[in-house]
Write a protein that binds this ligand. Structure first.
Ligand SMILES: Nc1ncnc2c1ncn2[C@@H]1O[C@H](COP(=O)(O)OP(=O)(O)OP(=O)(O)O)[C@@H](O)[C@H]1O
Ligand SMILES: [Mg+2]
Length: 243
């Protein structure tokens, strides 16, 4: 299993061209994305900012193959995954092997302990249980939540749950990570800690990472920021300052 993640074409990088998404039909139609264009290189962490309702989550869901765009093109690595229609045979495998999601709500599995929540995806992808758990513990340590490794998610604070969900998204070393407000429940120090880990991961594993955020604490960390407004994206240089 996990073949897609091991192929050179999945080495990373995101390209979005002329992406459009209309929800609903007729009088109820909402054009959430009109003409979105973005490029994220392997090893890069870019910010995506914009007012509420501007289409940030819609864009991540399209890119993550959770919802289908209306038109446009999306490329991951060397693979054109969407060209006015999906171009991959197995969207579940695409999501599982090539994309790490960090949602605003952690969505941990309540009956698995913290370690197994993080180790589950690598195990499903065929990594041995002991190796998957050892990797999980390394990530939990990096995210400063290893002391809760044996706890169940319901016993954790909101910020701890979020850090576990970040460890889970990194566990498969996916070539693409999509994060929707990942630092919202975290204090300043921990939010910057998460950004440090995402930047390290990007460089070490040549991951392409998009972070949707309103969080003023982490905005200075991006070298490039895309602003989304009226369904269109505008690129801007950021400060790229890791505090
Ligand atoms: N399933 C849906 N059906 C119909 N309209 C939707 C649906 N999901 C989102 N929308 C609409 O699409 C637009 C973009 O929504 P989206 O959730 O992408 O915004 P956002 O930028 O993530 O906002 P926020 O910062 O509040 O999270 C909004 O007008 C929203 O009401
Ligand atoms: Mg949103």
């Amino acid at each position: 299993m996990n073949t897609a993640a091991n192929t050179p074409s999945a080495a990373g990088g995101i390209r979005i061209e002329g992406l459009r998404k209309v929800y609903g039909k007729g009088d109820n139609a909402v054009e959430a994305l009109k003409d979105v264009n973005m490029v994220v290189a392997p090893g890069e962490v870019v910010g995506l900012v914009g007012p509420s309702g501007s289409g940030k989550s819609t864009l991540l869901k399209c890119l993550g193959a959770i919802i289908e765009p209306t038109s446009g093109r999306m490329t991951l690595g060397n693979d054109l995954i969407y060209d006015n229609g999906w171009r991959v045979p197995d969207l579940r495998a695409l999501r599982r092997d090539r994309i790490g999601f960090i949602f605003q709500a952690p969505y941990l599995i309540p009956f698995l302990d913290v370690t197994d929540n993080v180790a589950l995806l690598p195990m499903l992808a065929g990594v041995g249980n002991a190796t998957a758990r050892a990797t999980a513990l390394e990530l939990l340590t990096a995210l400063d939540v290893h002391h809760r490794a044996k706890a169940e998610p319901s016993q954790l604070s909101g910020g701890e749950q979020q850090r576990v969900s970040i460890a889970r998204a990194l566990a498969n070393r996916p070539p693409v990570i999509l994060a929707d407000e990942p630092t919202a429940p975290l204090d300043s120090e921990r939010a910057l800690g998460v950004m440090r880990i995402l930047n390290q991961m990007a460089v070490q594993a040549q991951t392409a990472i998009i972070v949707v955020t309103h969080d003023e604490k982490i905005i200075p960390t991006f070298k490039r920021i895309y602003h989304i407004r009226d369904g269109q994206t505008i690129e801007e240089a950021g400060e790229g300052r890791m505090l």
